[in-house]
Design a protein around this ligand. Sequence first.
Ligand code: ADP
Ligand code: MG
Length: 519
Amino acid sequence: MLSVTLGPGLLSQVFDGLQNPLEVIAGKHGFFLPRGIDVFPLDQRKKWLFTPSVSIGDKVEAGQAIGSVPEGRFNHKIMVPFDLKGTAEITRILEGNFTVEEPIAHIKTSKGEERELALAQRWPVRRPVPEKMLKSRVVKRVYPYEPLTTTTRIIDTFFPIARGGTACIPGPFGAGKTVLQNLISRYSHIDIVIIVACGERAGEVVETITEFPNMPDPLTGGVLMDRTIIICNTSSMPVAARESSIYTGVTLGEYYRQMGYQVLLIADSTSRWAQAMRETSGRMEEIPGEEGFPAYLDSSIKNIYERAGVIKTSDNTEGSLTMIGTVSPAGGNFEEPVTQATLGTVKTFLGLSSGRAYKRFYPAIDPLISWSRYLDQLKPWFDKNINADWVNEVKMMHEMLHRGEAIYQMMQVTGEEGITIEDYIDWQKATIVDMVFLQQDAFDDVDVTVSSERQQESFALMKKLIIQDYKFKDKDECQEFFTKITGLYKNFNYSPVDAPAYKNYKQEITALSDKYLSI
Ligand code: ADP
Ligand code: MG
């Protein structure tokens, strides 16, 4: 079974699905990978400063920290091997500078076996890291209870993803999956990002590994790569590497979660991974299921997403692994097996539509087909941290959008003249929610990332505009009004919170809408 090496020095690396470090390989062999090479994933010469946190005679359990080394700005916990059964006693513990393979401690298990520990340990990728520790209750699973802040309005407000939860982003080619996953990994409030880039063409992956790493990290001022690991594969890599890439990524994610970090894993696109699985299955002459995928496609997808979650360790640190996968169904047909199996597993569905992408309504998440189970599941959190009406208000706003669409469809048949002014106003209201709240400008320095507080403030302003009753002479006046408000609102979105313009636009919006109040 394929195993990975877990230890300091994983961050900022680019690996293939078998954890070969691609930069090292490129340095040795050039850019065309020779067959069958196997390179140690971590730097074998680098010395890490190890500071122990246990002493001789201490009793330890699987996953418990025995000390740490600084890895960039992270405190990398060195943990007792995850497969240890029962408790063991520390019989030797060192302090100082060590490579990842040198011994730093000895333990004696309850059965009297001696084991030597190094900074790095190995783990089979198909087995969840906490599996045994959950059984022996060394770690506990905690139900995801708070949202992950992505700073993308349509996600955080309408279709939230829980910290430690799961989401999928299906969408046809060119709908903006990769751009969205880059935005999410760049701006989400998390410690560590793992990107599993499964590309059709090598070019898709090249963008991710050349542009992404050098981007500034909005949370720390460093570069993003300092807190990122990329697992990358293209169609030209061996099928085994392509198939294992997601498992490798998840295992690395579970490793940092075990240290108490908030980890985000993004897999783009899981369809390529499923294709690798189909190839392997075909070669093994297994009985194919739907569209040639193996019959276990469903359970394989479930097994992967089930490894997301919040974990509490015995020393009460809490870490999380949130998983987001994009799916690229051929022709944008969501009925195909990979999309369907994924939809049956994840709790947030952010469906991209080519129609919205064509109109350049970005992010092209279609509010009429998307959903999030977390809106209800995290209600206690929203009640406590925003307000007790939040979830209902979001649902009301969501219904508005559906109503707007229904009116729009009607107008397609009857023309603008065929509908009442009341319906016309409702359609305009739904449109403005879309234009200034659901859409977000990734090319504007301010609008690209919106804090939760600002989203809530904007939502309150939006709500005020929506629930008001207006009086207009005719549809032209109504249209003129909403066009003006939309313009002001966009400028409001582009203004930094601390700039005078922010307050001014807000006041202008309120003043203008008050002029047309029906009393
Ligand atoms: P996919 O991965 O779904 O095939 P991409 O993410 O590569 O699609 O997006 C295709 C193109 O659409 C991008 O190159 C960009 O021009 C445009 N695009 C996608 N999302 C956005 C966005 N949020 N803002 C602006 N342009 C976008
Ligand atoms: Mg893409």
